[in-house]
Unconditional design. Structure first.
Lengths: 610, 351
């Protein structure tokens, strides 16, 4: 047997549970208790498209160094699901640990001899302590959390405090949960052998908060001034709509009348949802929908209308693995092209790429200003990994001096003052025309919105010249967008580097970890994290400044690379794809392995060439 | 269609409404539909209704989908904002517009292709949500703009211009509207202006989802013998259950009617609908008997018209989602943005 893994504040615990067994809140408690000890964690739910019965996993990466990407591998497996026993046992790193319910005896062949096995008769303990089957199930989860706390040295008081916060004012629930926690803790302290994985108090969490990206994006929509939301349930975006509802109830109810300063409509489908958003935005309200790939496909026709009729719609696309139904509960960044060029005809759309919940909030709010300023749909591209997992993220901040940028809107006073109004007239060269809200003025400023071609004064026309004039103006507007979307963030290598790497979205955490690892191998890369599309000049300049640029993304077809080639006129040979698309979040280990082996493969060729 | 522009000048003695507008102020561009098209009569009825109610034209938003009928918003209310959206999707765009500003009047114009086929889902859901609007389907039983294919409202056995018989069962939009909870349901005929104008007026006064199915013969593709949506056929089979007058505000009924033949319905906004009964037993407040009556008459080949159902105390979507009185598109930072202090409190709860 190899030496048991010994590590303090740097290991991975994986819980294997049955969906619907109440394990999620217990596992969250485990993760949060480690945070309370000042040690960063990165947690990931790996769940099926199912309500009850199928396997579900929860990974907690404890990382004093603060790595928030998925690590891969398992140091301690908490195997609570007989269905997945074999694969769970197999997934433990050599020298790792298995914690399991030993009530029912198992033959030695079911175990491995290169791991430390910790059995605890959980069912037996629960059956003795509780008569009600549901209680037996729920408290079993809390009991194993108590036992793990004892094994790993997590302060039981921290967990007790968390339980107290969870059941504030509900003493009836608090007491039994606390007792179950101690039952597990006491058993482990008295009967189980200590292990070499430890959590030790640290001060590495700081003032960060722990929240999922969908909730953060919903909060961004509240601070972005959204008043109309229309959506259709689809994993993994549903929780964003639910979070918006929750925040609106808290922040958007008129204190005097108890009436709502928002309207949320669950549409009959994604077409209706985006239609409602377009209607509301046309009429001067800030509106959004949240969806995932299949929904985005359904919205294509409407998105062409919004582009051509110049409607400021905001879409949050929480990406999952496609095509078709794909893997609905697995993550990918595979809607990049479908969003960038959504709809028929010549269309291009503005995209934003948040890296974590903090940016889901920040870019989520910004999307509404950008949409109004540019009078065009704006997509906030989340993915399941950011959207549905809780992340340790910078605390939210808001500048109370910020005014909503409603863009170029002509008022009744402007019209009375004799300002010339042409709905599609580019008066100042930025490609963005003025608009009026319906009902503005008794005799001026009305226009007809349509998806068909029209002249600068919104009059229907099929004249080729007028059509081209309009399409050219839309391109000018897209040029303006380049200056308005958030700029890419550059992280220079410690030494001058010939190669660079481009990445975006949820890849960021794994990429940061990988850059450090590559540096340890003597591989120095300048890194550029994209935050928006259309690409600003800094992106094109970055590529120009390097001999070779790796483009790391979570899809099969290197969609961002295609976008860089097409929109930046980049030589494909210069952009080397690094692709991860099995539905699990990309890891630092994967990127490091892929880039170092690519460099090994490429280097001899280059030597021959020179 | 004519290619002559409309003259801008008009007769100084044209009657004016309360707002000082003439009927001409409610008109739009010259129609590009075929001469004699039923849809133009509906546009004229909308113009007349808005003029008579003295509605400020710019406070009306007109929305449509795609098709001949959906082109018509260009031909009325020229100083209103309009939105010609995508095929079959007007209801969702109208719903969003309505949510953004509850103070405007929303007029949705669609056709049987737009609403009964591609847009059947949105038609259903906009009604069940009770969006405050007037939804007019200009129903000609045919795809006009693509030259004469059957639509989903074509009656079984009805013949196309080329002599092909429609074998599919028709979609009955009135039956659906009743079943789906529309709170104002009427059917009329584009050739009966006296019936149509008061129905549009009453619908404009209705607080809730008002649906009017207007049979509007297509002179180019569906006005022949064998069609059940031709002018002649509709005239012969028009079975009106009542005639309607609309009175703004609470006014006394002064005309002399035989007892039991007139009913006054006071709508939410105080407007009075005076219904002169034609079918003595027809009760426009009983949704279920209305459905049964319509099914029965339809089976007999009759086209029932008139105000078929009205709930004068209806609620709309804003009532359901309990929005503030002030239009959402007028709310500013102070009302919408919780501010940094609230955010710091939230941060504290996330640790």
């Amino acid at each position: 047997m190899p030496q048991p893994i010994a590590s303090t504040n740097d290991f991975v615990v994986k819980f294997a549970n049955v969906n619907g067994s109440g394990s999620a809140s217990a596992n969250l408690l485990f993760a949060k208790s480690i945070l309370r000890m000042g040690v960063p964690v990165a947690t990931r739910n790996i769940f099926p498209s199912n309500i009850q019965g199928l396997p579900t996993w929860y990974e907690v990466r404890v990382s004093a160094a603060g790595h928030l990407g998925r690590r891969g591998g398992v140091d301690l497996m908490v195997a609570m699901n007989p269905q997945t026993w074999a694969q769970d046992i197999a997934s433990i790193d050599p020298g790792g640990y298995l914690f399991y319910d030993s009530t029912k005896p198992m033959p030695p062949s079911k175990f491995r001899d290169d791991i430390t096995v910790i059995g605890m008769p959980l069912t037996e303990i629960c059956n003795k302590a509780y008569a009600d089957p549901r209680q037996r199930q729920l408290f079993k989860n809390i009991i194993y959390i108590g036992a793990l706390a004892a094994l790993l040295g997590i302060d039981a008081a921290a967990i007790e405090q968390l339980i107290g916060e969870q059941y504030k004012g509900k003493e009836k629930l608090f007491g039994p949960n606390r007792d179950a926690l101690h039952m597990g803790h006491d058993y482990a302290t008295q009967r189980l052998k200590p292990i070499s994985l430890k959590v030790a108090r640290a001060d590495a969490v700081g003032d960060r908060v722990f929240i999922d990206g969908n909730s953060a994006a919903a909060l961004g929509a509240v601070y972005g001034g959204a008043t109309v939301a229309a959506w259709y349930p689809i994993t993994p975006s549903t929780s964003m709509a639910e979070a918006f509802q929750r925040y609106c109830r808290r922040y958007r109810v008129d204190p005097a009348t108890r009436k709502n300063r928002y309207a949320i409509i669950q549409g009959e489908d994604e077409l209706a949802s985006v239609g409602i958003v377009i209607g509301a935005a046309w009429n001067g309200a800030r509106a959004f929908t949240c969806t995932s790939g299949p929904g985005l496909s359904l919205m294509q026709e409407f998105l062409g209308l919004a582009y051509f009729a110049e409607i400021p719609a905001v879409l949050f696309d929480v990406q999952r693995a496609g095509p078709s139904t794909g893997m609905p509960t697995r993550t990918q960044q595979a809607d990049i092209l479908a969003a960038a060029y959504a709809s028929h005809g010549d269309t291009k759309h503005v995209l934003l790429f948040p890296e974590d919940p903090y940016e889901c909030f920040e870019l989520g709010a910004l999307a509404f200003d950008l949409a109004d300023r540019l009078q065009t749909p704006v997509f906030v591209m989340l993915d399941l990994d950011i959207g549905m997992n809780e992340w340790l993220t910078k605390p939210f901040q808001w500048d109370d001096g910020h005014r909503l940028d409603r863009g170029k809107v002509m008022t009744a006073a402007d019209l009375d003052a004799g300002k010339e109004f042409g709905r599609y007239l580019d008066v100042d060269g930025d490609g963005i025309p003025y608009r009026t809200y319906p009902g503005t003025h008794p005799s001026k400023g009305a226009y007809f919105t349509r998806g068909t071609s029209r002249d600068r004064y919104a009059r229907y026309t099929e004249e080729g010249a007028a059509y081209v004039d309009n399409m050219q103006r839309l391109l000018r507007k897209f040029e303006t967008a380049k200056k308005l979307v958030p700029a890419a963030v550059r992280t220079p290598a410690k030494q001058p580097a010939k190669a660079g790497v481009i990445y975006f979205g949820s890849t960021a955490a794994a990429m940061r970890e990988s850059l450090a690892a590559l540096e340890g191998q003597g591989i120095h890369l300048d890194a550029l994290r994209l935050r928006g599309f259309p690409f600003g000049t800094e992106v094109i300049e970055f590529i120009a400044a390097h001999e070779q640029v790796f483009v790391v993304e979570q899809n099969r077809d290197a969609q961002l690379r295609t976008l860089l080639m097409t929109e930046g006129g980049i030589d494909p040979a210069k952009l080397v794809p690094v692709l991860h698309y099995d539905g699990t979040p990309i890891t630092g280990r994967f990127i490091t392995g892929a880039i170092s082996s690519l460099l090994r493969a490429v280097k001899p060729l280059r030597e021959v060439a020179s | 269609m004519t290619y002559l522009a409309k003259p801008k000048l008009h007769h100084p003695a044209l009657p004016k409404n309360k707002l000082g507008f003439t009927r001409r102020d409610y008109e739009g561009a010259v129609s590009t539909l075929c001469a004699g098209c039923g849809h133009d009569s509906i546009s004229a009825a909308i113009i007349q209704a808005c003029f008579e109610l003295a509605l400020p034209p710019h406070r009306i938003a007109k929305l449509s989908g795609i098709g001949c009928s959906s082109k018509t918003p260009t031909y009325f209310l020229g100083v209103s904002h309009g939105f010609n959206s995508v095929h079959g999707r007007m209801p969702s765009v109208l719903t969003g517009a309505n949510l953004a500003n509850r103070d405007l009047i929303y007029l949705g114009v669609s056709g049987d292709g737009d609403s009964a086929s591609i847009g059947l889902g949105q038609f259903a859901h906009v009604l069940r949500r009770g969006v405050n609007m007037v939804y007019i389907v200009e129903n000609n039983g045919v795809y006009g703009l693509t030259k004469g294919q059957f639509s989903a409202t074509s009656d079984k056995g009805s013949k196309s211009k080329r002599g092909v018989q429609n074998m599919d069962a028709p979609i009955d939009m009135i039956g659906m509207a009743l079943q789906l909870g529309a709170t104002f349901v009427a059917r009329s005929f584009s050739g009966d202006k006296a019936q149509l104008v008061p129905l549009v007026m009453a619908a404009l006064h209705h607080h809730g989802a008002a649906f009017i199915d207007v049979i509007s013969p297509c002179v180019a593709f569906n006005n022949h013998v064998g069609s059940t949506k031709s002018f002649d056929y509709v005239r012969e089979h028009n079975d009106a259950v009542n005639r309607l007058d609309v009175i703004e505000g609470r006014a006394e009924i002064t005309a002399d009617y035989a007892p039991g033949t007139v009913e006054s319905v006071v709508q939410h906004d105080g407007s009075v609908l005076r219904l002169r009964k034609i079918h003595a037993d027809y009760d426009p407040h009983d949704r279920i008997s209305a459905m049964a009556f319509l099914q029965e008459r339809q089976a007999a080949g009759e086209i029932v018209t008139g105000l078929l159902y009205v709930d004068p105390e209806a609620h709309d979507l804003h009532d359901h989602v309990e929005t503030v009185e002030k239009p959402l598109n007028e709310l500013g930072e102070a009302e919408l943005i919780p501010g940094n202090e609230a955010l710091q409190k939230l941060n504290a709860s996330l640790r």
